[in-house]
Design a protein around this ligand. Structure first.
Ligand SMILES: Nc1ncnc2c1ncn2[C@@H]1O[C@H](COP(=O)(O)OP(=O)(O)OP(=O)(O)O)[C@@H](O)[C@H]1O
Length: 279
């Protein structure tokens, strides 16, 4: 569990990016932080691995106050995937991924073996292992970025708009792939996006932010869609439109949610509380 307790981040120029944020992020689930540009998403993410230090308040990982930990050691045990993949241009795909286990003390041979396994995990052909990042498509580069994020076998994976720069089809593929990986690995994923549809597709928990890192609403996609907290949330999620256009149909015993074009938007599945959850 990652816990933010009244966390504020003010930069030296006086900008308060995040003000008094309290938030619990459950382990082994995907939490998506979503909001408009500049509302503090990246700052929140970067405070978790201390790329940015909080000005006040406490962040805990499994009850450990992270301000007491060595930032470099902390960063090594938390995976980080960013929008432009962050790959080293002069290293092969394999070495980009192997760098992480090497830094953590594995031998070159073991690190490369681990890197090859990770290429399989993210669905990349081994034939690409010896290429350089510029010789890959944007979608392939992002897969390498995810492989690198997973390379230290971290419990926590931070993802900052990782699929923001690829075309919609590839983006859908990458989202599906991430869901498959998450079903297998069950990491604590904190995912930042400005795209509410991506948030609803990927998040077990979705946190909708206003300016200044203030939480407008947090909950499961089904909770938020069925009961937007206020007009801000309703307009952010396009709830009025969704209410008009989303409908359900039972197919092969499963309740499928269809959008206005009749395209499946998700599955309703029963959750232990007795409610329904949109997947
Ligand atoms: N190093 C910095 N110095 C001063 N202000 C900063 C710094 N980094 C971020 N900010 C400001 O803090 C606020 C939040 O920025 P942040 O990058 O967290 O937002 P974001 O929601 O991730 O935005 P985007 O979706 O555009 O990436 C913005 O007003 C931004 O200008």
């Amino acid at each position: 569990m990652i816990t933010f307790d009244s966390v504020t981040k003010s930069f030296t120029d006086g900008t308060t990016a995040v003000e008094s944020l309290s938030l619990e992020i459950s382990s082994r689930t995907t939490t998506v932080i979503v909001g408009s540009s500049g509302c503090g998403k990246t700052t929140i993410l970067r405070m978790i691995n201390r790329m940015v230090d909080a000005t006040s308040g406490t962040i805990r990982i499994d009850d450990e106050d992270i301000s007491t930990l060595n930032p470099v050691a902390l960063r090594r045990r938390i995976g980080y995937v960013m929008q432009n993949s962050g790959l080293l241009p002069h290293r092969t795909v394999l070495d980009n991924v192997a760098t992480v286990p090497l830094l953590n003390g594995d031998t070159k041979k073991v690190a490369r073996q681990r890197a090859r396994e990770l290429l399989d995990t993210v669905g990349l052909d081994q034939a690409l292992a010896l290429r350089y990042p510029s010789q890959l498509s944007g979608g392939q580069q992002q897969r390498v970025g995810v492989a690198r994020g997973l390379a230290a076998n971290p419990n926590i994976l931070l993802m900052d708009e990782p699929f923001g720069a690829v075309d919609p089809l590839v983006r859908t593929e990458l989202q599906n792939e991430l869901q498959r990986i998450q079903r297998d690995l069950a990491k604590t994923i904190v995912f930042v996006t400005h795209d509410i549809e991506e948030a609803f597709q990927l998040g077990d928990q979705v946190v909708i932010l206003r300016e200044g890192g203030h939480i407008a609403q947090s909950g499961s996609p089904a909770d938020i869609m069925s009961a937007p907290a206020d007009d801000f949330v309703a307009s952010f999620i396009g709830a009025d439109r969704a209410k008009r256009t989303l409908h359900t149909r039972v197919l092969n015993g499963r309740t499928v949610v269809l959008d206005e074009h009749g395209t499946p938007a998700g599955l309703l599945k029963e959750v232990p509380s007795g409610g329904m959850d949109l997947r």
